[in-house]
Design a protein around this ligand. Structure first.
Ligand code: ZN
Length: 476
């Protein structure tokens, strides 16, 4: 199957490129301070994430979300599999199937739920509620039913939102056998008949829980975890946005140089991470940074929820990116109420995993309703989220440690042709703090300079023989 624009060759993958003596104004991210640096630069230049590339990625993400939008995803079932199979056309994702009944710590994988049709018929045989119009009309994991019920009984099984009478709420009944429908509140006025026929063609039977996994190996021990939930039906921000951004990041990072491995998980919320952790404890121990992506496509400000540790590398990396490249973004402290980071951060693991989102769940009216649709999610916000996450993961990958090879007194930069770059690239900061104990992010935080200025400065000092790159093993 051809998907124009999505299965094309992936875009160029090197996003931070340093070029001597050339200026590429169209490629410079719209950042006033960075613009000045480009103008003032002689020698090497920072070409940051090109705006064109950010916009292109946002558009691709939105197109992919639109393709996946109609699928009826849930905790288990064909909607999830269909979603993962579509992602397999973009990235070499492994689909894992964990049989119903498999224990995972305090949980058990439930029976699988699948649905083909559902409706409520009036006396004239008209579908007054129709699963085919929106999969949100059926409560997720509803048991099958085919019965005539009184209006009163139907209303007991019908969920509406009086505050937003045109929106269909999203509900599920994962761990309690039940059936139900959801509809726009204004429909209630039209339900005047004494009796209705309700039918849900669903099946709850032993099967499996499906999740997707892709591991991209690195050259040093340790890995970065990117996790997103795949269990919501036709909802845009929560969480098609996370699914498509994770998929495009994976496609991009496949081609990027990687010091550390990167593992992508596409899992049903809560149970998915718990199942994965229960089967991968040794792998989990190697996670040195991680992000849960959820609700990353609305136009609100980016928000980061810190890991339980609060000052892990991932927390510091994203705070650095926000400070320099997204001043309106917000940081929240860890709370055991967010998305799946609370599983990765549970005390038996305490992994350094935080949550990247835009408007936090529950703080926008469209949350878990039919108004969380493809209009609520915008290409601009998707692209911006991708940009910030990509930069954050790059800091984790590039957070190198150096040793000053001329540590007794300050070495002379002039004879090495570096004096003009000393201030701009923080060369003196690099020489001063490169004692093997400080990483580039440590130096960036202490000096107030952007990480990538220091990275370029370190490369120059390395070429001049003044710094030696250390491996993480040297530092231990
Ligand atoms: Zn949700």
């Amino acid at each position: 199957m051809q998907h124009p624009g999505l299965s094309d060759a992936p875009p160029d993958h090197i996003i931070y490129v340093w070029r001597g003596g050339k200026i590429f104004p169209n490629n410079v991210m719209a950042q006033p301070d960075m613009g000045r640096d480009i103008q003032a630069a002689s020698g090497s230049l920072l070409i940051s994430l090109p705006q064109q590339r950010v916009e292109q990625t946002g558009r691709r993400a939105h197109e992919l979300a639109a393709e996946l939008y109609p699928l009826c995803r849930s905790l288990t079932g064909e909607g999830v599999r269909g979603t993962l199979r579509r992602l397999q056309e973009l990235i070499p994702l492994t689909i894992n199937e964990i049989p119903s009944g498999t224990p995972a710590y305090d949980w058990v994988v439930p029976d699988e739920w699948n649905i083909t049709d559902a409706y409520v018929l009036d006396g004239a045989g008209r579908r007054v509620i129709d699963f085919n119009a929106s999969n949100l009309h059926v409560v997720g994991y509803s048991s099958p039913i085919d019965a005539r019920v009184s209006r009163e009984e139907l209303l007991r099984h019908l969920h509406t939102d009086p505050d937003h009478p045109d929106w269909i709420p999203y509900r599920h009944t994962y761990y309690r056998e039940s059936w139900g429908f959801c509809a726009a509140h204004r429909l209630l006025a039209e339900l005047t008949e004494a009796e209705y026929r309700v039918r849900i063609d669903s099946r709850i039977a032993p099967g499996s829980l499906s999740y997707g996994e892709l591991y991209l190996p690195g050259t040093e021990p340790g890995e970065i975890l990117v996790s997103t939930h795949i269990c919501h039906p036709s909802l845009g921000n929560d969480n098609l946005s996370g699914i498509v951004i994770a998929a495009l990041l994976a496609q991009d990072l496949q081609l990027a140089p990687r010091r550390f491995g990167v593992r992508f998980l596409f899992v049903p919320a809560t149970l998915g991470p718990i199942v994965w952790l229960s089967r991968n404890e040794p792998v989990a121990a190697a996670v040195l940074a991680g992000l849960v992506l959820a609700g990353v496509g609305d136009d609100g400000a980016p928000t980061y929820m810190r890991s339980r540790r609060g000052n892990a590398l991932i927390d510091r990396a994203i705070e650095h990116v926000f400070r320099h490249y997204s001043p309106a973004a917000k940081i929240r402290d860890f709370a055991p109420t967010g998305y799946d980071q609370r599983q990765y951060c549970s005390p038996g693991f305490d992994l350094p995993v935080g949550g990247f989102m835009r408007t936090p769940n529950g703080q926008y009216a469209q949350y878990h309703t039919s108004a969380d649709n493809l209009k609520f999610v915008t290409p601009g916000a998707l692209g911006d989220s991708w940009r910030l996450i990509r930069m954050t993961l790059d800091i984790v990958q590039e957070n190198l440690r150096f040793e000053n090879l001329s540590p007794k007194g300050e070495p002379r930069l002039g004879p090495r042709g570096l004096f003009n770059d000393a201030e701009r690239l923080g060369l003196l900061w690099l020489l001063s703090l490169s004692d093997g104990r400080h990483t580039l992010l440590d130096i960036a935080e202490r000096s107030g300079l952007p990480f990538w200025h220091l990275l370029e400065g370190a490369r120059q000092l390395e070429q001049s023989g003044l710094l030696r790159r250390m491996s993480e093993r040297d530092a231990e």
